[in-house]
Design a binder for this molecule. Structure first.
Ligand code: CP
Length: 320
């Protein structure tokens, strides 16, 4: 375990942001600042098992207008690990069903003297809308297919821990790129930290337009597989699609699922990642999901550390 390099009293000078809305607008130095802070929190809290009271007296509200297991629970736990209080809001069972707007709902929660909101919403740009209308810190927990910044960060932290650096690594994002906020956040973050990024999947889900951002576009997983250091397997988001992007799930799995046969043709030390939720038998077979190359549960643990770091940095910057 690494040794903490900070006593968490001073926010690093490179970090001046009150909000975290995306990774597109962050510099490599800001990304590294969050990753380093997450490592420090892991080291100082025995892998996030113990509390460290750096946000005592602060309150964080989780405003989730879409379902979540990982993001919601880890933001909530991260806030409590830092000594903050939490409010849990779900759109189901709330006054949203009576016609209240997202801004009025958020302002109502903010009026309870909260310091930060974590917002997940199906509409891209909702975190930015709240940042413009609230006084408190706003952190995106995922906005439609736009971005999921803390997911991108926890994915990148997991790779950095295993490989030491992102520089020169080839990372393939496989699956539903078109509807994936995780893909977008990974692309921005990975590119800025020096990785070569491939997006791979059926042509109906992978646009050539990503080439304009320096990303390689591929349609044949078996062709790119031997070059990959990391595969991040993205779920097919049927709930965001109006038409079927391929004839059958079985056909998709045949062409793009990571299975034992493909593992045997990959690099010996390939990392298999998935943001979750995973669909066993669609993008990944159970033996690979639970096998020695899989770091899927490490990603979840790193999610807690990343969210502790993001809460500490944004709330700390908001204080000055
Ligand atoms: N990866 C992710 O965002 O998972 P949840 O939808 O469970 O939060």
């Amino acid at each position: 375990m690494s040794v903490a390099t900070t006593d968490f009293r001073e926010i690093p000078a490179v970090w001046t942001r009150r909000h975290l809305l995306d990774l597109e607008s962050l510099s490599a130095e800001e990304l590294t600042c969050i990753l380093d802070a997450a490592e420090d929190f892991r080291a100082a809290t025995d892998n996030c098992r113990h509390k460290i009271q750096v946000l005592t007296g602060r309150t964080v509200a989780n405003l989730f207008f879409e379902n979540s297991t990982r993001t919601r629970n880890s933001f909530s736990l991260a806030a409590r690990r830092l000594g903050a209080d939490t409010i849990e809001f779900s759109s189901s069972g709330s006054s949203v069903s009576k016609g209240e707007t997202v801004i009025d709902t958020a302002k109502t929660i903010e009026a309870m003297n909260i310091d930060a909101v974590v917002i997940r919403h199906r509409t891209p740009g909702t975190p930015l809308l709240l940042a413009k209308n609230l006084q408190c810190t706003v952190i995106s927990g995922g906005d439609g297919p736009h971005e999921h910044p803390t997911q991108g960060l926890l994915d990148i932290l997991t790779i950095r821990q295993r490989r030491g650096s992102l520089e020169g690594l080839t990372v393939a994002l496989v699956g539903d790129i078109a509807h994936s906020r995780t893909a977008r956040s990974n692309i921005w973050g990975l590119k800025k930290l020096g990785a070569h990024v491939i997006v791979c999947g059926p042509a109906t889900l992978v646009s050539r337009h990503w080439e304009e951002f320096g990303v390689e576009v591929a349609y044949n997983l078996d062709e790119i597989l031997p070059r990959c250091d990391v595969l991040n397997l993205l779920r097919i988001q049927f709930e965001r699609q109006h038409t079927r992007p391929f004839p059958s799930v079985r056909e998709y799995a045949l062409l793009y699922a990571m299975n034992r046969e493909r593992i045997e043709r990959a690099k010996d030390d390939i990392l298999i990642m998935a943001p979750g939720p995973i669909n066993r038998g669609v993008e990944i077979t159970p033996d690979v999901a639970d096998g020695p190359h899989s770091v899927i549960l490490e990603q979840v643990t790193n999610g807690l550390a990343i969210r502790m770091a993001v809460l500490w940095l944004t709330l700390g910057a908001g204080r000055s």
